[in-house]
Design a protein around this ligand. Structure first.
Ligand code: F6P
Length: 327
């Protein structure tokens, strides 16, 4: 049975990711084709509290599918973490006769969505996974992950040239506060000599043994990909390695926020379009409280609480493969 939804609002929250604009476009255009009007909320949950609302039409989302970032802007709102902030946000939705809210973001965004729903007597909220980290349960891919991987690969390929020319071992820090997906998959793609992820305790001695073995095999340069969330950290790992191998050149490169920007890849544009389109239809069919994802190529719906439970575990088999391929 169709749920009576005539007006929805949309916001992006947390760290921006390439493809968020494509997702907004898909939601707006899918809604319009279902005769649902759309309100854009600027600056994420903070804009919901401050009532930064703008009407969105089909033309408002023209020419944005290829643009990185989010034209609705984003924030990590402290006020929305309080029940008073959320009450204000809910009141604003009521005052504007908004029937449902679409949120695009990562685990913090869905945690906020879950609280808003629980405290408002089940107000309809639906989520799209927008984060470069790919750390959500209930989707094989998050919007922005593929683009971020490609950005890392292009950057590390360049670093590899310098590493090879000067016989340097580079420790390249990639994003992923709690998750090693970016590190693992970019590491495989660049043929990294080692990959350090937060899901494992880094064994610096084993790393040194591996670098020494590589040197004996005339691999005089190397790339060690270190996830931002590694418990020791790229700089400290490099320092400890250098201490034991003082005659070898080592450098640390932090790729940082270049990983969050740039034009979304084809994969991310398609994913964002599919998820945005599906979200509108799921709402119309009277379901919400879920993150819309894709599993084995099919659209999936996962309750917010489950999506953020951190059960999307890293494939240790892939890590082992990467290590065997880098001997
Ligand atoms: O969640 C996306 C992400 O880019 C993480 O990989 C990173 O740890 C974090 O955001 C950085 O956030 P900020 O830009 O707020 O420092």
């Amino acid at each position: 049975m169709n749920h009576d939804i005539r007006k929805i609002a949309i916001l992006t929250s947390g760290g921006d990711s390439p493809g968020m604009n494509a997702a907004i476009r898909a939601v707006v255009r899918a809604a319009i084709s279902e005769k649902i009007s759309v309100i854009g909320i600027m600056h994420g949950y903070q804009g919901l509290i401050d009532k930064e609302f703008i009407p969105l039409y089909g033309s408002s989302v023209s020419g944005i599918i290829q643009r990185g970032g989010t034209f609705l802007k984003s924030s990590r709102s402290k006020e929305f973490r309080t029940s008073e902030g959320r009450a204000k946000a809910y009141q604003n939705l009521q005052d504007e006769n908004i029937d449902a809210l679409v949120v695009i973001g990562g685990d913090g965004t869905f945690h906020g969505a879950e609280l808003l729903m629980n405290e408002s007597g089940n107000y309809p909220v639906i989520g799209l996974p927008g984060t470069i980290d790919n750390d959500l349960f209930g989707t094989d891919l998050t919007i922005g992950y593929d683009t971020a991987l490609n950005t890392v690969v292009h950057a590390v390929d360049k670093i590899r040239d310098t590493a090879g020319s000067h016989d340097i071992v580079f420790f390249v820090e990639v994003m992923g506060r709690d998750a090693g997906y970016i590190a693992l998959n970019s590491g495989i793609a660049v043929g990294a000599e080692n990959i350090l992820v937060p899901e494992e305790i880094t064994d610096v001695d084993a790393l040194i043994t591996k670098i020494e073995q590589d040197q004996r095999k005339k691999k005089t340069s190397g790339i060690i990909i270190v996830a931002e969330g590694d418990k020791i950290g790229a700089a400290e790992v490099a320092r400890r390695v250098k201490e034991k191998m003082p005659n070898h050149e080592m450098r640390v490169t932090i790729l940082g926020h270049i990983q969050r920007g740039g034009a979304p890849s084809c994969m991310d544009r398609v994913l964002a379009s599919r998820l945005g389109y599906a979200a509108v239809h799921i709402l119309k069919e009277g379901r919400w409280g879920v993150m819309v994802g894709v599993i084995n190529g099919e659209i999936s719906e996962t309750p917010f609480a489950k999506a953020i439970k951190n059960e999307h575990s890293l494939d240790k088999g892939l890590l082992e493969m990467a290590r065997k391929l880098s001997i």
